[in-house]
Write a protein that binds this ligand. Structure first.
Ligand SMILES: [Zn+2]
Length: 242
């Protein structure tokens, strides 16, 4: 086989491996990002539960303050008693105090209700936290696995790039230019086999004379349709070194 053709085949094989690994690695950030979604969901649930709790706690504090204000109100009203001159004034003060006491009783009932609700909601927080922690651990393990995969791939890529460099170095400049052009234009596939007279790149029929040339492997043949460089696998006795 034409040694140039042999190198072109090797170059294509190496480039195909590089392309595949590059694609795999390019997908990793997205995979990590989508792996985060379960964790985010749990974190959101926890945040919401904590938000509700904080709101209830604030309501409770407000009620406490209201009760304190009303107690002040009672003390102030009662402090008027020593100065009272008439029964009517006396009754009015006591009526006012009773009204405030009634108000306080309602507020305290509300506070009790709120405390029950708070207690019930607080009980759920540990479970949310545990779920969050579990999801976080799951995600961290997944992320570490993916990052290790990326690192391993990068190491493989380094070896392949060196191999590519070596293979490209042995190819005539004009031929390498052709290869690169077709590689870019034709979905990263510039060197293909023919099977049953069909170009395996674009699936068009190769003329009988060219099939003979391709089988001989002494010259560089390009598909007339897609310009890919053609070779015949069965006849390439010197298998492409891997
Ligand atoms: Zn073709």
């Amino acid at each position: 086989m034409n040694p140039q053709l042999q190198r072109l085949i090797e170059l294509q094989n190496t480039d195909s491996e590089i392309t595949e690994l590059d694609r795999g690695n390019a997908a990793i950030p997205q995979q990590i990002e989508s792996g985060k979604s379960d964790l985010k969901e749990k974190q959101e649930e926890l945040k919401q539960a904590e938000g509700v709790l904080a709101e209830l706690q604030k309501k409770r504090k407000d009620l406490e303050m209201e009760v304190a204000t009303e107690n002040d109100h009672i003390a102030k009203t009662k402090s008027k008693l020593p100065a009272v001159k008439t029964n009517k004034e006396y009754t009015a003060i006591l009526t006012e105090v009773d009204a405030v006491k009634e108000k306080i009783s309602v507020l305290e009932d509300k506070e009790l209700e709120l405390m029950e609700e708070l207690e019930e909601k607080e009980k759920r927080i540990p479970a949310f936290k545990a779920q969050c922690k579990e999801e976080e651990e799951n995600f961290n393990a997944y992320k570490a696995k993916k990052e290790a995969e990326a690192k391993r791939t990068e190491e493989e890529l380094e070896v392949l790039r060196a191999r590519r460099h070596a293979a490209a170095g042995g190819i005539e400049e004009k031929l390498l230019g052709q290869y690169n052009k077709v590689f870019k234009a034709r979905d990263s596939l510039a060197v293909v086999t023919i099977k049953e007279n069909i170009c395996q790149g674009c699936h068009s029929q190769i003329l009988p004379q060219q099939v003979i040339d391709v089988k001989m492997g002494e010259t560089i043949n390009q598909c007339e349709q897609c310009s890919r460089i053609l070779y015949w696998e069965e006849t390439s006795e010197t298998a492409v070194p891997k």
